[in-house]
Write a protein that binds this ligand. Structure first.
Ligand SMILES: [Cu+2]
Length: 129
């Protein structure tokens, strides 16, 4: 009995950790390394927090860039294409902001990093529940 309870507890714990994990994606934007963390996993309609970390080729955090996330859903029957942009604000060594998905389904996200007049970008997509 004791073993069963313990096993159930461990099972619930590990499942909880999986569910609670932020969505995290690592990409390259030119020679910059980009890590995007979203606080909702899966992404949901409405506000979703984003935290972006940018590192230079030496592995140093970049804090002198302008970072934004353009997010869009392609046109679908009865719905024109939707395009939004979220400017992220530097907070410590990361860039933070919020995306507001107006519809469930697939969204394309482009992270744009402007630094020294040069724009680097990387894309990924999410399936909003
Ligand atoms: Cu749509």
């Amino acid at each position: 009995m004791k073993k069963t309870v313990m096993f159930t507890f461990i099972l619930l714990m590990s499942a909880g950790i999986v569910w609670a994990k932020d969505y995290e994606i690592q990409k390259k934007a030119g020679d910059l390394s980009v890590v995007v963390k979203m606080d909702k996993n899966p992404a949901v309609m409405g506000e979703n927090g984003a935290i972006v970390t940018v590192k230079d080729p030496a592995g140093k955090e970049v804090t002198d860039a302008e970072v934004k996330m353009d997010y869009s859903m392609p046109a679908m029957p009865g719905m024109p294409a939707m395009n939004y942009s979220a400017a992220l604000a530097l907070n410590g060594n990361t860039y933070q902001g919020k995306l507001n998905y107006s519809m469930a389904g697939p969204w394309n996200i482009v992270v744009k990093i402007v630094r020294g007049g040069k724009t680097s970008s990387t894309k990924f997509s999410v399936d909003v529940q």
